[in-house]
Design a protein around this ligand. Structure first.
Ligand code: HEC
Length: 148
């Protein structure tokens, strides 16, 4: 009887552990973004054919460079704040008028679906600043390179 209880609680414990949502930003990215956004350019035609969204660094270049050009120019910390605010809104409410992707990108991939209900508000808060810090474009000689 005691053994059975132990077995049951171990089983319960492992299901809860398994069901636990990912916590660190890179784990959240791996589970909730990476199935659509690769990190870096596709390395083979097969990978290219499987693409359903722009690589994350390309997507981030579009966001950051456009925000800086249209509403800025911003200082680095302001640009970070503006971009993070944009992303938090976009991931839940992506609409045609908000996208910073070029028409061709939207034509190829369609628009990003709302991640409401898939990405929790806590995960949104954790993953977005990390995505900005990890994949934002870097200035070269004080200017952003043209993004592609
Ligand atoms: C089901 C596929 C899918 C998932 C999952 C997904 N995306 Fe996207 N995402 C897209 C597509 C398609 C686009 C390009 C069209 C657009 O901008 O809506 C896009 C665009 C973007 C952009 C550019 C937005 C802009 O204004 O141009 C960013 C940044 C982005 N995604 C980040 C993320 C992050 C971070 C996650 C995970 C939390 C994520 N995406 C999850 C498909 C996805």
């Amino acid at each position: 009887m005691k053994l059975l209880t132990l077995a049951t609680s171990v089983a319960l414990l492992s299901t809860t552990t398994l069901a636990k949502e990912p916590r660190t930003p890179d784990q959240i990215f791996a589970k909730k973004c990476a199935m659509c956004h690769t990190i870096g350019k596709p390395e083979s035609n097969m990978e290219r054919m499987r693409m359903v969204a722009p690589p994350i660094d390309v997507a981030m270049s579009g966001v950051v460079i456009t925000i800086d050009a249209v509403d800025g120019p911003f200082k680095d910390d302001e640009l970070r704040k503006e971009s993070i605010a944009f992303l938090k809104d976009y991931l839940y409410n992506p609409t045609a008028d908000k996208t910073n992707c070029e028409d061709q990108v939207v034509k190829n991939f369609g628009r990003m679906p709302s991640l409401k209900g898939f990405l929790s508000p806590e995960e949104l808060d954790v993953v977005v600043p990390w995505v900005y810090d990890t994949f934002k474009p870097e200035k070269v000689n004080g200017e952003y390179p043209k993004h592609n």
